[in-house]
Every structure is written in C-alpha cells, then in structure tokens.
Design a binder for this molecule. Structure first.
Ligand code: BTN
Length: 267
C-alpha cells in the first residue's frame, strides 16, 4: 500500500512544473531564520529552505521546537504575496490544510487539524507551523512559513510523550521524507493559487472544515488577559473560528491573536 501509493504519487506528478525550488543544509539554527536571511537577500517566492537538523528550532509563542537529526521534516517557504498584511495569517491555515491533504493522500491516515494549524493524529500532534512576516512601506516584503513534521521519530521526550506522535508510529513504517516534503509543497502551491485568486479561504473552507477537529467541541478561547468557554463551529472564509459562547452569542475568533484549547485533553 505504501509503495504503490508512493509510486502513484510520483507518476502523477512527474510532468508537473514545480513552483518551488528546494535548498538543503545539514544543520541550521532554524530554517525560518535561514529563510528570513535569504528573503532579505532577495530570494524569490517559492524558495524552500530545509535542513536535516535545527539547533534552535522555534515554535509558536516563543516556545522551542525539538529538531533532532535524521527523523523529521523542517522546512520554510519564502512567499511574496501581494495581499494586505492582516490576511497573511490565513497562509498558515493553507499550509496546514495542504500538509493534512498530502499525508492523507500518501498514507491514508486520518489526520485532523486543531485550529488554526496543528495537525493531529489519534489525538496527538504530528506537525506545527510558524509563520513570520516582514512588512515595509509598500506592504508585505516577504512571508516565511515554516513547518515541522514528526516523520520517523520513534521516541519523544517524557514531557511530550502523551501529546506528540509521528507518522512512522501511526503508519507503522519508515517514511521517505523527500517524497512527503514534495507532496506537501505540490499541494501547498495549488492551494496557494486558490487563496490568491480570492485573497481569502473561500475556495478552501469546506475542505478545511471537513478535517477540523474542534468542530462541535467544547473549547476554551485564550485571549490575552481574557478567557471564555464556548462551542466551536467551523472557520469562515477569513480563517476565523466561529464560536458560540455560553450566553448564546456568536463570536469570530481571529487566528493571529488567540489560541483555543480543548476542554478535554489536548485537542
Ligand atoms: C508550533 O509551535 O507548533 C510551531 C512549530 C514550527 C516548527 C517549524 S520547524 C521548521 C521551521 N523552523 C523553525 O524554527 N520553526 C519552524
């Protein structure tokens, strides 16, 4: 099953013109830092920076991202979208959806998205995304979208063991990182075109909501200095999570500002 779906995938994409070019280094501090440096030096949209290991992998909210050698995918995409800066947080959702689609297509695993962009299998995280942006007087100069996927990780540090998993543990076999990386990128650049066409998620929202783990669940919204509980709906075309609060009012929660936590366990 694994081999044939890999072969199908390679055959399907053999003649597709790639909208990206990949650069590789064995060790970097963070592929996001490397990408920002290359973007400042003028690297074009579609440049992808990837490394086998990161010595200072960055997670969201100032956290670090475990990045050992030989097991996972760490890559950062340079984008130069001509959109208003406040729309850039939607790119994170586009990348999360693309990674979920690629994993499902290649391995048939049921991968879900914890809004806005954690990928989850069997209730445990397998992937995180960190998007950074530089805005000048003329608007966005570049966006760096960095993604880390736990691919062939067999063991997690004690504090992550009940929260994290890898594709290899879920699928039961070693996975070719290069094939998966290209599958994610192929999906992403197709979805990115759909995003740019409307400058929002209206052409992707149904697919996103179909794999949204939070949907219909009790969640807690964590806004800076303010928390409240509610029931989560899907996202709208701006990528906001629609939440019905306990008093019956509906609010749209903006991805760039807050996070949500399932009230029961990680998701
Ligand atoms: C999260 O906290 O969930 C986001 C994790 C993002 C990790 C990736 S790995 C590739 C890229 N380089 C980094 O330093 N971080 C991102």
């Amino acid at each position: 099953m694994y081999k044939s779906s890999m072969d199908d995938y390679k055959a399907m994409n053999r003649y597709e013109k790639k909208r990206y070019s990949i650069r590789y280094r064995e060790i970097v501090d963070s592929t996001n830092n490397w990408a920002k440096e290359e973007a400042r030096l003028g690297a074009s949209e579609g440049t992808v920076l990837t490394a086998d290991m990161q010595t200072a992998g960055k997670g969201r909210r100032g956290r670090s991202w475990e990045s050992p050698t030989g097991t996972s995918i760490y890559m950062s995409l340079i984008l130069r979208p001509q959109i208003a800066p406040e729309k850039a947080s939607m790119l994170t959702l586009v990348l999360g959806l693309s990674a979920a689609q690629a994993i499902r297509d290649l391995f048939g695993l049921e991968v879900l998205i914890k809004w806005p962009n954690d990928l989850v299998i069997s209730g445990k995280k397998i992937c995180g995304i960190l998007t950074e942006m530089n805005v000048g007087a003329g608007g966005i100069e570049y966006v760096v979208a960095g993604i880390g996927i736990n691919v062939n990780t067999r063991e997690f540090p004690e504090e992550l063991a009940d929260k994290g998993t890898s594709l290899c543990l879920e699928y039961g076999k070693e996975i070719d990182r290069q094939v998966l990386m290209e599958a994610v990128l192929d999906r992403f650049f197709r979805n990115y075109e759909l995003f740019l066409e409307k400058q929002d998620l209206s052409l992707l929202v149904d697919e996103y909501n179909a794999v949204l783990v939070n949907r219909g669940k009790s969640i807690r919204v964590l806004e800076p200095g303010h928390e409240y509980d509610g029931i989560s709906g899907g996202i709208n075309e701006k990528g906001e999570l629609l939440v019905t609060r306990e008093d019956g009012t509906e609010v749209a929660v903006y991805a760039g500002e807050v996070s949500v936590r399932g009230l029961y366990g990680y998701v």
